[in-house]
Design a protein around this ligand. Sequence first.
Ligand SMILES: N[C@@H](CCC(=O)N[C@@H](CS)C(=O)NCC(=O)O)C(=O)O
Length: 261
Amino acid sequence: MATDNSTKKTYHKKATGKALETVEKHSSDHELKLFGSCFCPFVQRVWIYLELKQLDYQYIEVDPYEKPRQLLEVNPRGLVPALRHGDWGCYESTVLMEYLEDLQKGEALLPSDPKLRAHSRLWSDHINRNIVPGFYRYLQAQDENSQIEYAEEFKEQISKLVDVADDSGPFFLGEKPTFVDVQMAPWVIRLRTVLQPYRGWPEPEKGSRWAKWVEAIEQNHAVRATTSTDTLYNQSYERYAENRPNTSQVQQAINSGRGLP
Ligand SMILES: N[C@@H](CCC(=O)N[C@@H](CS)C(=O)NCC(=O)O)C(=O)O
């Protein structure tokens, strides 16, 4: 029997809420261009970075599954985020954050002490290697036993990060958000808007260090300025929650046990 896809939700192609206001503020032509997609957490990292540093830039919404020419010119792999700066371009969210840092404009988001910089890079690597794939593995799991198993693994990877965060916080290194907070923030937003409705992800335990961190991230002005309404994420991630075939390169990498693109 043919499947009825008429009630299925798919990804949004236009930001909503505060993120839309920010898109509109940054629609004029500028030599620094961020090619992004409103639902994408990797894009949101770079977008938060630009907002925290209060840099001038142009935001250009693209559909990464249609792969328009202007995206492919910067990133032949056709993934967002991609950044064009004058006649030069680059991609990969973590690399782009480092590039923006190296411009030495706006507030520094990597600490100046070499040891603290290494600490930040080490835990940023943990987020990319363990937390991000753990999120998708858990969300894409369809049977209950795997969901329980992957929920546990995901929680353990988050706990490792929280255990090495500054004791009083509220952010990873203390009072202000820095590199690691930005690496993590888009997935924190998607815990409440995606994992909670689809997988029953719990609210952080009241009074815990984790609760303090989540609240600080959710309230941060740059995070808010780049966040759409809850419905946008909820609907955009139904594809992952149902593990729908051909959802994305990330989804396929998880299904085949490969590293993320
Ligand atoms: N490792 C990349 C991942 C970027 C990524 O997977 N972006 C998704 C959107 S959230 C994409 O462009 N998908 C297009 C596709 O799957 O073809 C990064 O950190 O920038």
